[in-house]
Write a protein that binds this ligand. Structure first.
Ligand SMILES: Nc1ncnc2c1ncn2[C@@H]1O[C@H](COP(=O)(O)OP(=O)(O)OP(=O)(O)O)[C@@H](O)[C@H]1O
Ligand SMILES: [Zn+2]
Length: 502
């Protein structure tokens, strides 16, 4: 089935046609590593991972590059303020290199918790300074820049359709500030920022424009070009990047190549995770992190499931209750899968499912051929409907219920149902055959009770209810509540509990 994707550039659904079907080239804007990623940032990478897994599931190998921004991202995307890395280093009295190494490692741990596959390549901005300088020189020789005291600036009037991605009219300033003396147009931006006279930055390099550091937009243009070529298939990022960062990348790409090509055929943007109770911003501080969720007893894959429950182009609301509900949904799924596994016996194909985790961009054709070989008609129909949902601009919320259908369809043998689930999970990444209900039950750090005790009390409560001793069953519930555990009874599969989050 053809894959249709929404292209932010044309604002239309397009049939995906890879430039080279033997290797789809995909670039994702990576994190700025000056702090822990917040849950909103991580939604962007669950989206990217779902896209990449979908491509692999549909038979395309991907060369997937994610960058690490360890220099150049200013506190305002609109080209003003301090470098986020410099500011964090100052605030924490640590070296930038320390900060970058620490938060890069923390980011990769978050991704592993979310079962996000490693890209083919991590590219670190500070490893590419000379490439960036060379790129800037070319922009200069192509007449796309001008020099100011603050550094080398890109002249946005030199590209004919500047801001097309943002959907802005050429006479609109797209919310820029013109506080840099001599800037010709508010939208012009720094390609290279010179170090201010007398003030040495922790991170600075010699350049034809004096000592300084690259602009944030330059990094992505340079690294995508270096590893994926002048025109590649798909570029991803959060919706906030559509307005400035990606417009500027495109402008640089066009000035560099001297063509109207934007750098990527398809530009895709995930919408935001919003928390009505708190600001989802690294710079603002006080944000929700994945490790924070884990400490409160929420398994990270419950957060992944929450991300998958909304289409990537819709806003997704976050709250303690919503993610706790997602944990219950995942638990129910795992209980049902456990029961299927008990009936199915040995699953010799599990090994290849595990190995898919190290794929680094390889397609899943082999894994799928093993899993789907000899499927009966009903199972094949489920897979076909799953394919249809994913192929419709990654309509994962419509694909998820098919997992439940696969679990429940008694007309299909348990072993075959499990193979269908395993194939679907290659694209969904919920790790359904690697974790079980028990591994999902993380005891909240603050909880005054051990998991075994919770389970034992639940059994007691179930027995009391069966014996119609409601006073005893209520007493157990109250005890659990007091320890920060909410009891959900009446579940036909098994009584459950979840941490009280709000
Ligand atoms: N609330 C959110 N929901 C979804 N994606 C988001 C959200 N906030 C940021 N993103 C995306 O997360 C990715 C990583 O962003 P990055 O590390 O550059 O964050 P940042 O801009 O420094 O953080 P912040 O803006 O929160 O201070 C980007 O693709 C960005 O668009
Ligand atoms: Zn970028």
């Amino acid at each position: 089935m053809a894959l249709t994707l929404f292209n932010s550039l044309t604002r239309a659904m397009e049939t995906f046609q890879p430039i080279d079907p033997a290797m789809v080239r995909l670039y994702s804007c990576g994190p700025t590593v000056y702090n822990f990623a917040h849950l909103g940032n991580l939604r962007a990478y669950v989206f990217t991972d779902t896209l990449r897994r979908t491509l692999n599931w549909k038979g395309w190998p991907t060369n997937h590059v994610i960058n690490i921004t360890d220099v150049g991202h200013l506190t305002s995307d609109a080209d003003a303020g301090d470098d986020k890395m410099e500011a964090a280093a100052k605030a924490q009295a640590r070296s930038i290199w320390d900060i970058a190494a620490f938060y890069t490692a923390a980011f990769k741990i978050d991704l592993a918790h979310l079962n996000i596959l490693h890209p083919t390549l991590w590219s670190v901005a500070t490893d590419h300074i000379q490439d960036m300088i060379a790129f800037g020189r070319t922009l200069e020789t192509h007449g796309a820049t001008y020099e100011l005291e603050g550094g080398l600036y890109f002249d946005t009037s030199t590209v004919p359709d500047y801001g097309r991605l943002a959907g802005a009219r050429p006479d609109e300033a797209i919310g820029r500030i013109a506080d840099v003396e001599g800037k010709r147009h508010p939208a012009d931006f720094a390609v290279w920022r010179s170090s201010p006279e007398g003030a040495q930055r922790q991170m600075e390099w010699q350049s034809p424009w004096g000592p300084g550091a690259p602009g944030w937009h330059l990094e992505c243009s340079v690294m995508s070009l270096k590893y994926l070529g002048e025109q590649f298939d798909i570029h991803t990022g959060g919706i906030d990047h559509r307005e400035i960062h990606h417009c500027n990348e495109i402008a640089q790409n066009q000035a560099f190549t001297g063509s109207a090509q934007t750098g990527a055929n398809i530009w895709m943007h995930n919408n935001f995770l919003v928390d009505r109770g708190a600001k989802m911003s690294k710079s603002a501080g006080g944000f929700a992190t994945l490790s924070g969720l884990i400490e409160r007893g929420i398994h990270p894959l419950a957060y992944r499931l929450l991300c998958l429950s909304a289409h990537y182009r819709s806003e997704l609301e976050f709250s303690g209750d919503i993610v706790a509900a997602s944990l219950v949904r995942l638990k129910r799924l795992l209980i049902a899968i456990e029961q299927l596994r008990a009936k199915a016996g040995d699953l010799p194909w599990l090994r290849i499912v595990r190995e898919a985790k190290d794929s680094r961009g390889a397609d899943f054709a082999y894994q799928r051929s093993v899993l789907e070989d000899g499927l009966d008609k009903r199972s094949a129909a489920l897979i076909a409907r799953f394919d249809e949902a994913l192929s419709n601009d990654l309509m994962v919320p419509q694909a998820l219920p098919l997992l439940d259908e696969a679990v429940a369809d008694k007309a299909i043998s348990p072993e075959m149902r499990l193979r269908v689930i395993a194939s679907m999970d290659l694209a969904l990444g919920l790790d359904l055959l690697a974790i079980d209900r028990r591994s999902l039950s993380l005891r909240p750090k603050e909880a005054a009770i051990e998991t075994e005790e919770i389970e034992a009390l639940l059994d007691q409560r179930q027995a009391a209810r069966a014996a119609k001793d409601f006073a005893a069953s209520d007493a157990v519930r109250d005890r659990l509540n007091a320890a920060g555990i909410e009891v959900m009874d009446g579940d036909p599969l098994r009584w459950e509990w979840r941490p009280i989050l709000s």
